[in-house]
Ligand binder design. Structure first.
Ligand code: DQA
Length: 147
């Protein structure tokens, strides 16, 4: 049983990217944290970070049938990623949107996510810990049992 972890544009340099806003954890640290959470149910994670929307769209397609849920930090595609939105609309399993920073405490242009209406839930402003919460939310939504 597998969960898809998608991190969008500019998240590959996490740890080094405006750490006062995004923290010091890297995408690899985050993938490990998610893997740790889902391992409780004997599940695995497929972690993908990509700066290109088309590649994220293809990743959603490629894992549509093989994953039971997804965790998605779309980065700035939250504001304008219409094709990612359509890909996620066709994704049959529950998925959780995550933002490290509290987007509502920041610039106005970050206040609305075009993806969030499709998400099973949204975790915002809790840093890398938010991904752990999202993983736990997926276990809950899928009614996962301890391994
Ligand atoms: C972000 C918030 C977005 O507004 C921003 O464009 C990012 C990161 C976050 O995790 O806080 O790239 O998704």
């Amino acid at each position: 049983t597998t969960v898809l972890l998608l991190n969008g544009p500019n998240l590959g340099i996490l740890g080094d990217r405006e750490p006062e806003i995004y923290g010091y954890d890297t995408v690899d640290d985050i993938a490990k944290a998610v893997a740790e959470e889902v391992a409780e149910a004997g599940w695995e994670v497929v972690p993908i970070q990509d700066d290109h929307e088309g590649n994220l769209v293809q990743a959603v397609h490629a894992h549509r049938k093989s994953t039971v849920g997804a965790i998605v930090n779309p980065g700035a595609l939250m504001m304008a990623g219409w094709s990612l939105r359509d890909a996620l609309a066709a994704y049959p399993a529950p998925w959780i949107e995550v933002h490290l920073s509290n987007v509502w405490a920041r610039e106005q242009f970050r206040h609305e996510s075009i993806l969030a209406p499709l998400a099973g839930g949204v975790v915002v402003g809790l840093g890398a810990f938010g991904y752990r919460l999202a993983a736990r939310a997926l276990l809950h939504l899928c009614d996962a049992q301890p391994a």
